[in-house]
Design a protein. Structure first.
Length: 341
């Protein structure tokens, strides 16, 4: 009896201890892996949420600033290809010129955004840098001259010495009223001495942007670049172009917007769109940092020369999926331009 009780109360053998430690280590590895996976999933989800929230906020800001846009015979509202700016910047900074996304449009307009209601020049564009692996929707804001200092990049609206100054005239075919005096310095957001222009990141992770003007009758406005009778232009929309826009009923041919040939009787439209449809596609920073070849955005136009925003977005999303990019997210909104109604 005594020997049996001794064996019953004997300690754990070395073999049993090693087996127990092995099982415990295995369980801890599983738990650690699960915890890390959960943490990684949470971080990725949080990064995507931050990117999506940033995109929503940028769309809201753009819509607000578009809603207050103004135009008259002395001011312009334009939407055009990236070359509208990159060709200007290329003269002084070729490396910066390549950072403007080729497929995304650039929009420029005037709006009373100052504290005292003074006009500001506003712009939005997509900054694309595949080498550094970041994509951004950027906002350009240029304040007017003050009594203390001039503003070399603010569009000229008055010349008391010469009322016939050609720099005061808005063009039916280009955006030089905005860009005539611009250089790469206007887009250098890292220059601490640049007090004339504020360039800021409206949203990170934006890889595509579409802007579609809409007229008073709710119809998309055809691209100026597609107009057959109007003087040749690469712009998509130009308030200073020769055009007519229906206000209450369509024209006899059923259309609600038409471009005009340049004649002595032709008048510039000098009108804003009634609405602007805006769409962006975003990727979170981790997806961009993977180094995948993110394709340039596509712009699909129908036979009338109108941008088909939905078709453009769907086709681009297919290209992203073909490139193995499956976490892209699209956001859309419609801005009402108060002075275009």
């Amino acid at each position: 009896m005594k020997s049996t009780d001794s064996r019953r109360h004997a300690g754990i053998t070395l073999t049993e201890l090693l087996v127990s430690m092995g099982i415990l280590t295995f369980l801890m590895l599983i738990l650690s892996s699960a915890t890390e996976s959960a943490g990684r999933a949470w971080r990725d989800g949080q990064a995507r949420t931050d990117t999506y929230q940033s995109a929503r906020s940028a769309l809201e800001l753009m819509a607000r600033e578009l809603s207050s846009a103004v135009v008259d015979t002395r001011m312009q509202f334009v939407i055009g290809p990236s070359t509208m700016i990159s060709n200007v910047v290329r003269k002084t900074s070729p490396e910066l010129a390549d950072k403007f996304s080729e497929g995304a449009p650039i929009a420029l307009w005037m709006a009373p955004l100052g504290e005292d209601g003074s006009l500001r020049c506003v712009g939005y564009y997509v900054h694309r840098d595949p080498v550094k692996r970041f994509y951004r929707l950027k906002r350009l804001l240029i304040g007017p001259p003050t009594s203390e200092r001039d503003s070399p990049f603010f569009p000229r609206m008055l010349n008391l010495r010469n009322a016939k100054d050609v720099t005061l005239r808005t063009s039916p075919i280009n955006a030089q009223w905005f860009t005539r005096s611009w250089t790469s310095q206007a887009f250098d957001d890292e220059d601490p001495l640049n007090e004339d222009v504020v360039v800021s990141a409206a949203a990170d992770g934006v890889i595509a942007l579409w802007l579609q003007p809409v007229d008073l009758l709710g119809n998309p406005v055809p691209s100026l670049a597609s107009a057959s009778n109007h003087p040749k232009s690469s712009l998509y929309y130009n308030s200073a172009a020769y055009f007519q826009a229906a206000t209450t009923t369509p024209f006899e041919d059923g259309t609600s917007f038409r471009y005009l040939a340049e004649t002595r009787q032709s008048m510039k439209g000098n009108r804003l769109p009634a609405f602007m449809d805006i769409a962006v596609i975003t990727l979170d920073g981790k997806e961009i940092a993977r180094g995948d070849n993110i394709p340039e955005q596509l712009n699909v136009f129908d036979k009338s020369g109108t941008l088909d925003l939905e078709a453009s977005r769907r086709e681009y999303e297919r290209n992203l999926q073909d490139a193995g990019i499956r976490t892209a997210r699209a956001f859309t909104t419609r801005a009402r331009l108060i002075n275009g109604n």
